[in-house]
Structure formats: structure tokens, C-alpha cells
Design a protein around this ligand. Structure first.
Ligand code: GLU
Length: 479
């Protein structure tokens, strides 16, 4: 392991949708392999499918990668900017005889396919335009723009020593001559990937195992070009908690939706790294630990299941222990999204410390802290009926008197005022604390009462207690 390691990995999403959790996990594994060995990680946007690729999806991928902190060590690569290079290699392959023009029309291909199916054969290109020694090819028609096909070896085997799945062997006899450039000249996926991985000196390809069947074709193209194929790690898919295909219902959401749900990026990475990889029974890993420990020997070759409850659990562990400077900006993002003006309220660090034990997400924390940054829009009806009773008005008034007299707004002193009111009136503490909560929060849930009032500040606390007294009096007059 040296700083000048030549390991290069890549994440190569097609920008046809958001960065979803499956993609994010692939990106993470890929990133970790590079970092573990002091190598470099690159992001490549596979946007050759112009009909399905959108700028919005490209932006969403960058946004997701950025939020997760999976930075590329190179300028991002766009396949659409590399068409000249692809054309150049195709010309070289035509010249070298490792690729050839095929003039089959769609009708001919359909007919070929139907005949093969009628003979109960696997449909495949029959090689009619493939040059062979001693074979005479038909004269090229003038009116059919040709595709370019790769001349796949007909014999031998392709052996993949997959870092996750072990050895996988394909017979070349099973692979037909795939199209590497369409009739309009645009190159196809399997070809572009090889040229890119080759040009970018990628040493390890980490991707979903839905690509396994592409790999022997890609290896053959590499070999035809005289290149050395990278190592491959095909990562099994992620299933829903019930073992079926992962869908939105199970949590197959874009990474940024997890941000909106109140996840911390570090927690998300931690949850994702454990989705298919293990290190003994350790559940929580800092980024440095992930980098130091990640290995393909412990990536499971069977699909993992997405478990939303566990994701929440991991997030809660992070909320409770993460350095405040990591939590503050994310918390602020949520509060601002709610349209709150943070200038008149307490410092975010203090709020996080007061709230984090009882909140599994930042969204929950923001919702529970709303009262600190905005006027109350009313009381929870049930809580008000239960706790803001006629006899409570005097209790709250007594508290107002005591709190107003405090020389300093300080938690311990607030605590003593609340206790004193309870004692003087021979009330259980809850009988005092719950009405205070409803009065200042709007509902009967909050951090410990002294902390709550401390955070809210003297002016707002007193104003809300007084407003609650008035509310109680108005209501009893009406009855
Ligand atoms: N662009 C491909 C995809 O999004 C990935 C290709 C690869 O990793 O080789 O599925």
C-alpha cells in the first residue's frame, strides 16, 4: 500500500435517473477499494444513450456523490465527449480485422432469428458478414448503412476471476459478434466501457452483477486491442426487506431523498457499506475504518436485503455521537427548508445536544425544534385539553413570577423554579412540567423542561406562559 499506488477504480452511472441507493453502494465500494490501496477513484458519466440521459439526472448524480462525500480524483468524464476517440478505435479495429462491417437489414435479422427459433436454436447473429480466410463475402449493398461488429473469438473460454463471485467461465462459442457501432455511427455500451476503462487505466471494475454477461464480451474486446482487462467485482443486487425486487416501497429512493428524510451522509455510507459487506460483527464504521477494512473477501455473493429500521438505527447512532460540526450544517439545511428564521433562536449545537437522544433523524429533530424558531401556531388539541386546565393558570402564573425574578437565564436556576412551584402547590413534577410544555412547545413532548426553557430563552418563555394563562382564562369564560 503506497501513496503512488496505481489502483484506479471508477463509478460509471448512466444518467437516466437519480443516484439511487444501489448505485450509491456501488460507488462507495468502488471508492473504498481505491482509497484502501492509496489509489484513485473516478466518476464517468455514461451518457451515450442520448434519448434516456438527461442533464437533470447528471446534476442529481453529482449532487448525490457530493452529499455523500465521494469525491472523484479526476475531472468527471462524459462519454459523449469521447466520440472521436471511439471512432478512432473502431477505425483501427476495422483495419486490424478485429471488427467488420455488417450490412444485414432489420428484416434479415428478424428472419434469421425466426428461423433459428423454429429450429429451437438460440437466436444469434450467424456471422454472414464475418470475414474468414477463404470465405467470399456478398457485395456490400449501396442502400444499407452498415453496423460494425466485433469479431469475437469462436473458440476457447473466457475466465473471469471475479473478486466477489469467484471464477466464472464463459464459452466463446456462446457469444456472438456484438455490434460496437450502430448504423448511424454511434458506439455501443460494451465498446465504450472497454475503451474508457482502457484509456483511464482502470484496474478494478466494481459494478452490479446485472453486468456479468457483458464482462466476457468486454474482456474479449480488451484482448483484441492488446490491453489487459481490469479485475472485476460484481456486486449482488439489493432486495427489499421481503426478499422481492427492491422498489420505492422498500426504500429504493434517490440518495437525496434520504437527505430529506433526515439522514446524515456518514450514516448513509455506514448503512450502505454493511449492505453486503461485513467485518466480524462490527456495525459502525468511521470513513477511515471503512477504508482500512473494506475487502471483497467479505462481500457476500448473495443479495442483501434493505432494512429501513436498521438504516434508522444507524442514523440514530450517528446523530448521538457524530461531532457537532458534522451535524450542524445538515440540521441547518432542514430548518431552512422549513422556512425558519434561525437568527432569533438558540444556537444549533445546543439544540442538537438537547434533542439527539430522542430523534432518529434530522427531520424529526427539526420538526421537534420548530417551536424554538417560530411562533406557536396553536396547541395540540388533546394535549391542551389534558394539560391546560383552569387550575393550571395559577401554576403557570406562579412560575412566571419566579422566572421573571431570575437574575440569569440558566438551566439550574430554571430547574429550581419549576421544582419550587411544584413543592409549594404540592403537585407532582409532571403536573407542572406538562402544562409548561404545552404552553411553550404547543404539545406535551420536549427535552427536559429546564433545557427546553433554557433554549427558548427568557422573553419567548415568559410570553408563551402568559399566552397560555390567557388561553385558559378565555376558555373558562366561554364555558
Ligand atoms: N453505465 C452502467 C450502468 O449504469 C455501468 C457500467 C459499468 O459499471 O461498467 O449500469
Amino acid at each position: 500500500m503506497t501513496a503512488s499506488s496505481s489502483i484506479i477504480t471508477r463509478f460509471a452511472p448512466s444518467p437516466t435517473g437519480f443516484l439511487h441507493i444501489g448505485g450509491a453502494r456501488t460507488a462507495l465500494f468502488s471508492y473504498l477499494v481505491a482509497k484502501r490501496h492509496g489509489g484513485r477513484f473516478l466518476l464517468r458519466i455514461e451518457d451515450t444513450d442520448r434519448e434516456r440521459s438527461t442533464q437533470e439526472a447528471v446534476d442529481a448524480i453529482f449532487e448525490g456523490m457530493d452529499w455523500l462525500g465521494l469525491a472523484s480524483d479526476f475531472d468527471p468524464v462524459y462519454q459523449t465527449q469521447r466520440f472521436d476517440r471511439y471512432r478512432e478505435v473502431i477505425a483501427q479495429m476495422l483495419e486490424a480485422g478485429t471488427a467488420y462491417y455488417c450490412y444485414c437489414t432489420r428484416e434479415e435479422l428478424d428472419q434469421m432469428r425466426n428461423e433459428q427459433m423454429a429450429r429451437k436454436q438460440k437466436p444469434r447473429y450467424d456471422g454472414r458478414w464475418r470475414p474468414e480466410p477463404g470465405k467470399t463475402l456478398p457485395p456490400p449493398p449501396d442502400d444499407v448503412p452498415p453496423v460494425v461488429r466485433f469479431r469475437n473469438p469462436t473458440e476457447g473460454k473466457v475466465v473471469i476471476n471475479d473478486l466477489v463471485r469467484g471464477q466464472i467461465v464463459f464459452d466463446n462459442g456462446e457469444l456472438d459478434d456484438l455490434i460496437i457501432a450502430r448504423a448511424d455511427g454511434t458506439p455501443t455500451y460494451n465498446f465504450c466501457v472497454v475503451i474508457d476503462d482502457w484509456d483511464m487505466n482502470v484496474t478494478h471494475v466494481v459494478r452490479g452483477d446485472d453486468h456479468v454477461n457483458n464482462t466476457p464480451r468486454q474482456i474479449n474486446i480488451f484482448q483484441a486491442l492488446g490491453g489487459t482487462p481490469p479485475h472485476y467485482a460484481h456486486v449482488p443486487m439489493i432486495l427489499g426487506s421481503d426478499g422481492t425486487k427492491l422498489s420505492k416501497r422498500h426504500g429504493a429512493l434517490g440518495v437525496m431523498e434520504y437527505r430529506a428524510m433526515g439522514f446524515l451522509p456518514e450514516a448513509m455510507l455506514n448503512y450502505l457499506v454493511r449492505l453486503g459487506w461485513s467485518h466480524g460483527d462490527q456495525e459502525l464504521f468511521t470513513r477511515d475504518e471503512m477504508i482500512a477494512k473494506f475487502d471483497f473477501d467479505h462481500v457476500s455473493s448473495s443479495p442483501s436485503r434493505f432494512d429501513m429500521e436498521k438504516a434508522y438505527w444507524v442514523n440514530h447512532q450517528y446523530l448521538k455521537t457524530a461531532p457537532l460540526e458534522k451535524v450542524v450544517p445538515e440540521f441547518e439545511w432542514h430548518l431552512q427548508r422549513m422556512g425558519l428564521d434561525l437568527s432569533g433562536g438558540p444556537g444549533l449545537e445546543d439544540v442538537i445536544v438537547a434533542q439527539r437522544e430522542r430523534c432518529r433523524t434530522l427531520l424529526e429533530m427539526a420538526e421537534k425544534s420548530h417551536f424554538l424558531y417560530a411562533e406557536l401556531s396553536g396547541y395540540d388539541e388533546k394535549d391542551a385539553a389534558k394539560h391546560l386546565k383552569p387550575e393550571t393558570a395559577e401554576v403557570l402564573e406562579a412560575l412566571v413570577t419566579k422566572l421573571s425574578a431570575l437574575p440569569e437565564w440558566q438551566a439550574e436556576a430554571i430547574h429550581q423554579c419549576v421544582h419550587a412551584v411544584a413543592e409549594e402547590r404540592e403537585l407532582k413534577l409532571g403536573k407542572v412540567a406538562q402544562p409548561i410544555r404545552v404552553a411553550v412547545v404547543g404539545m406535551a413532548v420536549s427535552p427536559p423542561i429546564d433545557q427546553t426553557l433554557m433554549l427558548l430563552g427568557r422573553t419567548r418563555t415568559l410570553a408563551r406562559l402568559e399566552a397560555a394563562v390567557e388561553h385558559i382564562r378565555n376558555r373558562s369564560e366561554q364555558h
